[in-house]
Design a protein around this ligand. Structure first.
Ligand code: GLY
Ligand code: MN
Ligand code: MN
Length: 437
């Protein structure tokens, strides 16, 4: 992303901040895995959204109308010994040159400088809960300042998310391009998985194929742990063990998306392990697909995610009633959510830098209208758990979800993930036709 894009974002944020306020934004803390080893570092999304800086141990500070500079950064300074072990750092000078920082400080000196920057501010924009260690220090600094009592009246602490989440919800052209690329790469990965899948393979072998396609396309990480769920495992919504053998005659549900330049894709496809839907699987798949198509058609400016959800639910309910799986009056089934034992999640969520992205779903208690630049998933499903009572045996252990990512535009929606095979014909034509080489 171009430096200018980050500068524009900061300008918007500074423009929304009241006089005499300060915003403090740490990147993600390190997460120890075990002795001397940490989980891979990934910058905090809002921090990265505003700074473009992706080193660990950094805190960005923004202060509107400050003469010495409005954009400050606490980060690691250069250190030949540390860089020999852990890799290069930009350092204090580098972060000013590369990222438009106006004043930089060594992160080691934050205790000395940050209290002075906070002192006397009437509002502190800081989101508590993302960085427990910094939360504790913030409380100490603010308490110490209160005792010194120069800070009058006591400052409000307001989550900075309140300002930035609305910005992140509506994607710029550059962000849309990054999301299109994440979607394209992820669609390719799903097709690769379909082509390679054979009965007898392990779920994690399929996961390896997804990772192969992500990484060779420049994505070092999935946007979330891939769900590769054969047979009844698909009925566990957040199944991530991915360690079972794929049975002939079963379905495979894959929910996986790449993270490209810190933007997520989120795709689910469900297909027969042996390449051919059984009649029951086919009927249920066709129903979920019809529900998904109805829901995608409802993605348009001014409609709400509730409209999208209702479109999916109504189609599913009509289908399930037709199959005799739910009995009763349509209105009663819809009103009392009597479909929920087979469809227990919602149809969409915001997508962006985070897979479950930021942004309010309701405004003043009402579902918010969709608007160009927002991105939502559309992901209806049907799940018949193995221990489900009062259903035909052949349904038990079937889980189906179909998920695409849709960018709202002036006319309706652009399906970013359209390249991933989805129709019964396409799926049957490609599943099992490829080799793993
Ligand atoms: N992959 C998580 C979700 O679909 O919400
Ligand atoms: Mn999703
Ligand atoms: Mn998903």
């Amino acid at each position: 992303m171009h430096r200018n894009e980050y500068r524009q974002r900061r300008k918007r944020l500074l423009g929304m901040m009241p006089e005499n306020s300060i915003a403090i934004l740490p990147t993600s803390p390190a997460h120890p895995r075990n002795r001397d080893v940490e989980f891979p570092f990934r910058p905090e999304s809002t921090f990265h959204y505003l700074t473009g800086f992706d080193e660990p141990e950094a805190v960005a500070v923004m202060i509107p109308d400050r003469e010495e500079g409005e954009f400050l950064m606490f980060c690691r300074d250069r250190d030949a010994h540390a860089e020999r072990w852990d890799g290069q750092r930009l350092g204090l000078k580098g972060v000013r040159r590369r990222h438009g920082v106006e004043q930089s400080f060594d992160i080691e000196s934050i205790d000395r400088h940050l209290p002075d920057l906070i002192d006397g501010r009437s509002c502190i924009f800081y989101t508590i809960g993302n960085h427990p260690a910094l939360d504790r220090r913030m409380i100490e600094w603010i308490s110490a300042l209160r005792i010194r009592s120069r800070m009058q009246p006591p400052a409000d602490i307001v989550p900075v998310d309140r300002l930035v989440d609305e910005m992140r919800l509506r994607k710029s052209e550059t962000e849309m391009d990054a999301m299109r690329e994440a979607a394209r790469i992820s669609a390719r990965a799903h097709e690769r998985a379909m082509r390679i899948c054979r009965p007898g393979m392990n779920e994690c072998e399929i996961e390896a194929e997804l990772m192969h396609e992500f990484m060779r396309s420049g994505c070092r990480s999935p946007a979330y742990p891939s769900i590769v769920a054969g047979g009844a495992n698909a009925c566990v919504l957040h199944y991530v063990s991915n360690d079972c053998v794929l049975e002939d005659g079963g379905l495979l549900l894959i929910d996986a998306g790449a993270e490209y330049r810190y933007y997520a894709a989120d795709i689910t496809r469900t297909f027969p392990v042996n390449g051919k839907f059984s009649p029951t699987q086919r009927d249920l798949y066709a129903l979920v697909l019809a529900a998904q198509e109805a829901a995608i058609a409802a993605v348009a400016p001014k409609n709400t995610l509730e409209d999208v959800h209702q479109a999916a639910v109504e189609t599913l309910v009509d289908g399930l009633t037709g199959m005799g799986l739910i009995k009763g009056r349509r209105n009663d089934i819809l009103k009392n959510h009597r479909y929920a034992r087979f469809y227990m999640h919602r149809t969409g969520h915001w997508l962006g830098m985070d897979v479950h992205d930021v942004g309010d779903y309701r405004v003043k208690g009402e579902w918010r209208g969709l608007a160009p630049g927002m991105v939502t998933t559309v992901e209806p499903g049907l799940y018949f758990a193995p221990d489900e009572r009062n259903i035909p045996d052949e349904l038990r252990g079937i889980g189906i979800r179909i998920e695409d990512d849709v960018l709202v535009n002036e006319d309706g929606g652009e399906v970013l993930t359209a390249a991933a095979a989805k129709s019964i014909e396409e799926i049957e034509a490609i599943t099992g036709t490829g080799s793993a080489s």
